[in-house]
Write a protein that binds this ligand. Structure first.
Ligand code: 13P
Ligand code: SF4
Length: 305
């Protein structure tokens, strides 16, 4: 899109958001032109907390469906909009309520920790949710010694390595993070020997074993800002390179792999946001019989932080 056109549509969106008392939340992986119009860019935890706290009438969520659903779970009286209906998360789709119910039945007495990258119906069957930023804290907050954790087997393995509890993982993963290999990382390390390697806990254990720091997307933004290092290899979705570079113009960021790109996170366009805000299309509603139990597991997580 031509720069003038982009600026016009961005200005129109900001005006509409102000006039309609809407807040624009965007995940750190969203395209640059979307991040630039957001009231808040953040990781899943920060966005959930903000969605719970805002007094805006409309929340327009630039991310994927589970994130908008979490906002709708927390704020049933607000209008929550997802500008592109089919922006989903393949990892969230690896578990459904029927399969989870069966898993729980086979492991009586075990609490369920569910990554927020899951549907509202799965959250409704969950003891407590977690994000990549607080998974270990959430696991350690439970009294039980054996825990079911899903849907990400890599996040579960990461949590298991940082707790004395026994974790039974669901066999799901993010297809993009899971595809990052130690060979990819070692090749980048060889090219950039002075760079610090930051990895997201959705990566495989053998990749995490090579990491200098393992953290969420906003954790990476904090580390990059505070670190004395000036070069970083980024082991997460490539969309994070934009806010990293914007906040740290004197530092340099290399993707661990160019292939680490989530197609769903790139679906929303400025035109989609404008259309959704103008006509209130893309409403996300969670039925009360699912929302009320799902709220418990999300609120329990937010209370732990
Ligand atoms: P964060 O919670 O770290 O932002 O990650 C969300 C996500 O979808 C990672 O793939
Ligand atoms: Fe889901 Fe992976 Fe995309 Fe995150 S990056 S939204 S986990 S598919």
């Amino acid at each position: 899109m031509h720069d003038d056109m982009k600026k016009n549509i961005q200005d129109a969106i900001r005006r509409m958001a102000r006039d309609k008392h809407a807040i624009i939340l965007a995940h750190n992986y969203q395209p640059p032109e979307i991040q630039d119009i957001a009231d808040l860019c953040g990781d899943s935890l920060e966005l959930s907390i903000r969605a719970a706290q805002t007094d805006a009438r409309i929340i327009i969520f630039c991310g994927v469906r589970f994130m908008a659903e979490t906002a709708a779970i927390l704020s049933p009286d607000k209008t929550v909009l997802l500008p592109k209906a089919d922006a989903g998360c393949p990892m969230a789709d690896t578990i459904n309520p029927e399969a989870l119910t069966e898993w729980i039945r086979k492991h009586p007495g075990m609490p369920v920790v569910t990554y927020v990258n899951s549907t509202a119906a799965v959250k409704a069957l969950t003891t407590v949710c977690c994000t990549s930023a607080n998974a270990v804290k959430v696991v350690n907050s439970l009294a039980e010694d054996e825990i079911l954790m899903g849907p990400d087997r890599n996040l579960a393995a990461f949590a298991a390595a940082h707790t004395t509890k026994t974790i039974h993982p669901w066999d799901g993963c993010c297809p993009f993070h899971d595809a990052l290999t130690p060979a990819d990382v070692l090749a980048q390390r060889q090219r950039h020997p002075n760079a610090l390697f930051l990895a997201h806990p959705e990566c495989r254990t053998e990749v995490l074993d090579l990491a200098d720091i393992i953290t969420s997307t906003s954790g990476m933004l904090r580390v990059a800002g505070e670190s004395e290092y000036t070069a970083f290899i980024i082991g997460t979705e490539v969309g994070l390179l934009y806010p990293l570079q914007k906040a740290n113009p004197d530092k340099i960021f290399y993707p661990a792999s160019e292939a680490l790109e989530c197609r769903d996170m790139k679906k929303i366009t400025l035109e989609d946001v404008a259309e959704s805000l103008e006509h209130l299309t893309g409403k996300v509603k969670v039925p009360e019989d699912i929302r009320v139990p799902a709220l418990k597991s999300v609120e329990r997580m937010i209370a732990i932080r």
